[in-house]
Design a protein around this ligand. Structure first.
Ligand SMILES: Cc1cc2nc3c(=O)[nH]c(=O)nc-3n(C[C@H](O)[C@H](O)[C@H](O)COP(=O)(O)OP(=O)(O)OC[C@H]3O[C@@H](n4cnc5c(N)ncnc54)[C@H](O)[C@@H]3O)c2cc1C
Length: 526
């Protein structure tokens, strides 16, 4: 392994392209562009790789600064890409590593203009803007550019896209994919007799539960160099960079996946919705980071979990719950993105126009559940699903934040955030901004839910038992205020329409207190 990135860059004769590399490019006819979130040769066609094409990597300043991405996300993307390029180089591929102040396509345009002998292949990017820029490049260079279908997902997006409309929910999609893959199936039926085991899951965490530690991967010299680059040149990006714990190679990511399967998967299902102050990871896999840039592939992770079930190393409720997240939710979210872009970006069903409050940038709030989640995001670029959904998005919705602002925040604040996955989760699932295409109801709740699933409320300045007034948990009155103001979005769903009935049964005095507390709180927030 090379000692550091500089040595690697010198070895591959690059930055700028040297005469010997120039010679090699001039004598070649084919190059393959590998994007920062496509770091896995296993999904590229064998016959193409066997011809040992020049592999082109691009470090794009415009992508890095298009929004103030979390510093750890920038380190992760760049370091993982550099490690991957080194790996490919050691496996005999000629490597061109380009730097551009523009976007990826800008660097490629310059390259293709300079080397008219080269035909370029690339795999369709997952993110819309990069895909559009690559399509524009194809308009310039015509048949010299060839796009391969994106192979980083399990579901065929073209097949499922037409089905994405109101009423086509996750459950139907998930069952189809279970049948298609045969995962956790026997004789055409779900193993265990049920499609899901939610009843056994979603428990609060017992006080004395021992939480296995997440191993921290020590940054090597390449990562250290990237950390210095980000600290020096992109200091205004979001988040902290005091500690970087993530893997940046496939080997390390696979080790982490194996460790998850052995130590945390068995309790994943039971506690997947639990929140504990100061514990960002609990029994979660923390694998989205690696799945989303190709270091790990969704099939292999599902199959590792299923193998653990077959060896009796993890119970069915956990394994099915985990497989549903990847085979179900992750794939469904991606098909939704393919079906709904680009119009979906502007959706704002409730017409909210408040700005996202300052506390999302600095965690400066007395609400402990929010403070804890945002502190984790600042420190790690990570919080788990229920914090994203029932704390961060819930609060933002209850205070009538423009969902597009929240969407931008989720895109920049998380190490695992790419538009194809965060946008449907924010505008579809968590804020109901799409008007109910993805979710059947707005995911909003009062303090009781957070109290049931976490240990936040017992240590919080606000009182979760109080419904209105200065010392009451703001989630309580904000929730009832929301139910009343947006009752039409609840009535479609039988279960939540009960909440409208419950609100209507409150006394006039209670209703007035709710509205006054909510207005005061919303107007007072900065
Ligand atoms: C508002 C909001 C924003 C989100 N933004 C992102 C994002 O930018 N990137 C991202 O990867 N996930 C996002 N998610 C989904 C989910 O929260 C994360 O995938 C998960 O928390 C990642 O942590 P983990 O790897 O420990 O997941 P685990 O809890 O261990 O789950 C296992 C895997 O399932 C997949 N998964 C689970 N739920 C979803 C989902 N709803 N959508 C897509 N994949 C899912 C992930 O790949 C994850 O690694 C978001 C969810 C919400 C509610």
């Amino acid at each position: 392994m090379f000692e550091n990135a500089r040595e690697f860059l010198l070895q591959i004769d690059n930055y700028p392209i040297s005469s010997s590399l120039e010679q090699q490019i001039t004598n070649s006819d084919r190059a393959l562009f590998i994007l920062h979130d496509q770091l896995n040769l296993a999904v590229f066609p064998r016959e193409l790789l066997d011809r040992k094409p020049i592999l082109i990597f691009v470090e794009s300043l415009a992508y890095a600064t298009s929004i103030p991405h979390h510093k750890q996300k920038l380190v992760y993307i760049l370091s993982a890409q550099r490690h991957f390029a080194i790996d490919c180089y050691q496996n005999g591929f000629p490597i061109v590593n380009l730097f551009t102040e523009g976007f990826y396509a800008d660097a490629l345009e310059e390259f293709l203009t300079r080397y008219p002998n080269i035909e370029l292949t690339y795999m369709q990017p997952s993110e819309w803007d990069t895909r559009s820029r690559m399509a524009a490049l194809a308009n310039i260079f015509g048949t010299r550019i060839k796009a391969l279908p994106n192979q980083f997902f399990i579901a065929d997006a073209e097949k499922f896209k037409p089905k994405i409309k109101k009423g086509y929910r996750l459950e139907t999609f998930y069952r189809e994919l279970r049948k298609q893959t045969g995962y956790l199936m026997q004789d055409g039926k779900p193993i265990g007799g049920n499609w899901n085991y939610d009843k056994e899951n979603r428990r609060a965490l017992p006080k004395q539960t021992i939480i296995p530690e997440i191993p921290e991967i020590k940054p090597d010299l390449i990562t250290q160099e990237v950390i210095e680059l980000v600290q020096k040149y992109l200091p205004n990006s979001f988040g902290k960079l005091d500690k970087f714990i993530y893997a940046v190679t496939r080997d390390h990511a696979l080790e982490l996946a194996q460790l998850f399967i052995e130590t945390r998967l068995p309790s994943f299902g039971a506690y997947e919705d639990a929140i504990k102050v100061g514990e960002p990871f609990l029994f979660h896999s923390v694998l989205s980071i690696y799945l989303n840039n190709g270091l790990l592939l969704p099939r292999e992770i599902c199959e590792m979990a299923i193998a653990a079930y077959k060896k009796n190393l993890a119970p069915l409720n956990s394994v099915e719950g985990f497989v549903r997240q990847i085979l179900g939710w992750r794939e469904y979210i991606r098909v939704y993105y393919e079906a709904k872009m680009p119009d979906i970006r502007e959706s704002n069903y409730f017409g909210f126009d408040n700005n996202l409050p300052q506390l999302y940038w600095d965690a400066n709030t007395d609400l402990l559940c929010l403070k804890d989640a945002i502190t984790q995001v600042l420190n790690y670029g990570y919080s788990h699903h229920i914090q994203r959904l029932m704390v961060l998005s819930n609060f933002s919705n209850l205070i009538n934040t423009d969902p597009r602002h929240l969407n931008q925040w989720f895109w920049l604040a998380y190490v695992d955030a790419y538009e194809w996955v965060e946008l449907p989760n924010v505008l579809g699932m968590s804020t109901f901004a799409d008007g109910g295409i993805l979710a059947s109801k707005p995911y909003v709740s009062g303090g009781n839910y957070i109290n049931k699933m976490s240990n936040c409320c017992s240590q919080c300045k606000y009182n979760v038992k109080e419904k209105t007034g200065e010392t009451a948990c703001p989630f309580n009155y904000l929730y009832w205020n929301f139910v009343d103001k947006h009752r039409e979005s609840f009535t479609e769903n039988g279960r939540v329409s009960l909440m409208v009935n419950a609100y209507d049964k409150k006394t006039e005095n209670e209703k007035q207190e709710i509205h006054l507390s909510a207005i005061k709180f919303i107007n007072g927030i900065k």
